[in-house]
Design a protein around this ligand. Structure first.
Ligand SMILES: [Zn+2]
Length: 327
């Protein structure tokens, strides 16, 4: 599952390409993957794209709404969660018109080569013609600017694909986003000012019998950390993942606080990790896997000492750590 840095990378990549475009129509091949009245989004333009935890928020509003009424009171938001196997694939139609006289296969190839963006869980659908059998929702968008030589007004398409169908898309009034079942349950953003060493220490003390890895993975406390970045943060803080909350001292919590922020910032800087199931914006691979110290490195030499990275099963997932660097 993508974690905070991966979702942030999707948000930044999508923002560069679809903000300002207008929603022409939402096609829904899989009714269960979409909640809300899709028709209400038609004609609205994409104002901004943000992230809360691992969720994506695409804010829509009437084109040209004046600044003073931008309080979100009458705007709608598309909420997207990629879960395990979700993908967002953007296929711009900028070259359709230019190649309208060419053979069909040539058109498809050209479209795929030209500005196609793949986000999320990488599968053959990253190169397949869209829609595929895994396409659950299709956003038909009207381009902001028409390409110089285009003859017809072609649409751009954003495809939401999901093999295992755990992901979802919802359309909801923007003012109701904080009340949404998923978003309402989220804890603090770890890169927000409100997330302080004291907040983390207090949260740990409220869970004395949980291990520290489970505590920092608890999305109701801190949102956005998953298995990769929690393992990395504990290594940077030199704390064993199995340590119980009650044994963590204040200076350790302070160290863990800055370690969490450090690994997340590093992840965002390198456009996320692409080892497990992740490809970044613009179809390029994220680079963060080159900078991982313990995650996925069982049996390999520790980056901090001459020891070896170990892996154990903890809370139903793999915990990676160095037994001599982490106490
Ligand atoms: Zn070590």
């Amino acid at each position: 599952m993508p974690e905070l840095p991966e979702v942030e990378t999707v948000v930044r990549g999508l923002s560069r390409h679809i903000v300002g475009q207008r929603v022409k129509h939402i096609h829904i091949p899989a009714k269960n993957s979409f909640k809300g009245t899709a028709k209400k989004a038609e004609g609205l333009s994409i104002k901004k794209i943000t992230r809360r935890g691992k969720g994506i928020i695409i804010e829509l509003a009437k084109p040209g709404v004046a600044r003073k009424s931008e309080d979100g009171s009458n705007s709608l938001s598309l909420l997207i969660h990629l879960k395990m196997t979700g993908q967002l694939i953007y296929v711009p139609a900028s070259r359709h018109a230019e190649f309208s006289s060419a053979s069909k296969s040539k058109i498809l190839k050209r479209v795929q080569d030209d500005g196609r963006l793949n986000f999320g869980h990488p599968t053959d659908d990253f190169t397949n013609t869209m829609p595929s059998k895994h396409t659950r929702v299709i956003f038909e968008l009207t381009p902001t600017r028409l390409p110089a030589h285009s003859l017809t007004r072609s649409s751009n398409f954003l495809y939401f694909n999901d093999q295992r169908r755990f992901g979802w898309v919802k359309l909801t009034p923007t003012k109701d986003v904080p009340k949404d079942k998923f978003f309402a349950g989220l804890g603090l953003e770890p890169l927000d000012k409100k997330f302080t060493p004291t907040f983390l220490y207090d949260a740990i003390k409220r869970r004395p019998k949980s291990n520290i890895k489970a505590i920092i993975l608890d999305q109701t406390l801190i949102t956005g950390l998953g298995n990769i970045y929690s393992n990395e943060a504990l290594f940077y803080a030199r704390i064993l993942p199995t340590r119980l909350g009650k044994t963590i001292k204040k200076p350790e919590a302070t160290k863990l606080h800055s370690a969490i922020q450090k690994v997340l910032r590093l992840g965002i800087k390198h456009s996320g990790t692409s080892i497990a199931n992740y490809r970044s914006a613009e179809g390029a691979l994220g680079n963060m896997q080159k900078y991982l110290t313990v995650y996925g490195r069982k049996g390999l030499p520790c980056h901090g000492c001459k020891g070896t990275v170990k892996a154990i099963h903890l809370n139903g997932r793999s915990a990676y750590f160095c037994p001599s660097c982490q106490k």
